[in-house]
Design a binder for this molecule. Structure first.
Ligand code: PXP
Length: 239
């Protein structure tokens, strides 16, 4: 099964914002990632605009020719933006506006009505929805019930355990992915995936449509360069 690589370019915006000018050029980096082989571009605009800004998202829309994935907590402001931009995919994450990074999936049962209403609005706009969840089968079942198209599996627990016990680390994701497939959901995955742990994950987890990778990929690019880094991540997805 082909698994797409979506490159999360938030870190590129963080670097740009450090000097208040336009280097590196976030829009150019997105276009270049695609030409180096990325199958999609992910951004996570946050209310404080500390990395990707609303204006970046608007400027990226016509430039991204692969799959544009916008992730975030669905505030009214976020929904206005994505309904206007119409990316191919929106990934719903539960993190509070000031969170450093996403550190958990949704408790879908506790937010079922809210998520169902948001997913309905995305579907009406022709946008694929993905709900960020842990590997708990109940969350996966309820994500399908809410009408989502996909789930994105939160992979930090996998990444943390992988060095000590790769088999144990991947096992819950194999089960979760099977469960998602069974209820008709596509499967994405992301968070702390890296050149070290990606090939094993891909080799074992069935039905994996897409991985979304930011931090480790941009760190690797400092040493390897972006073209070689993207080539290696794509290679890991062939295992
Ligand atoms: N998926 C989601 C929902 C995220 O919030 C993030 C981090 O922005 C990622 C994937 C990518 O994680 P990482 O930067 O660790 O690759």
């Amino acid at each position: 099964m082909v698994t797409n690589l979506s490159v999360n370019i938030n870190k590129v915006a963080t670097l740009r914002n450090a000097r208040g000018e336009n280097a590196p050029d976030v829009q150019q980096v997105a276009v270049d990632c695609e030409s180096f082989g990325a199958d999609g571009i992910t951004v996570h605009p946050r209310p404080d605009e500390r990395h990707i800004r609303r204006d970046d998202v608007i400027r990226l829309r016509p430039l991204v020719k692969t799959e544009f994935n916008i992730e975030g907590y669905p505030t009214e402001e976020f929904m206005d933006l994505v309904l206007k931009i119409k990316p191919e995919q929106v990934t719903l994450v539960p993190d509070a506006p000031g969170a450093l990074t996403s550190s958990a999936g949704w408790d879908v049962a506790a937010h079922a009505d809210f998520l169902t209403a948001i997913v309905d609005r995305l579907r009406e706009a022709g946008i694929r929805s993905s709900i960020f969840v842990d590997t708990n089968p109940e969350n996966i079942r309820l994500a399908a019930k809410a009408g989502a198209d996909r789930v994105e599996l939160y992979t930090k627990p996998y990444a943390d355990l992988y060095p000590a016990d790769p088999e144990k680390a991947v096992a819950p994701y194999v089960e979760a992915s099977r469960a998602a497939h069974k209820v008709g959901l596509g499967v994405n995955a992301g968070h702390d995936l890296s050149l070290e742990n990606l090939a094993w994950f891909h080799k074992h987890v069935p039905y994996l449509n897409e991985v979304s990778i930011g931090h480790a990929l941009i760190c690797d690019a400092l040493y390897l360069g972006l073209p070689e880094t993207i080539r290696r991540y794509k290679e890991a997805l062939k295992s």
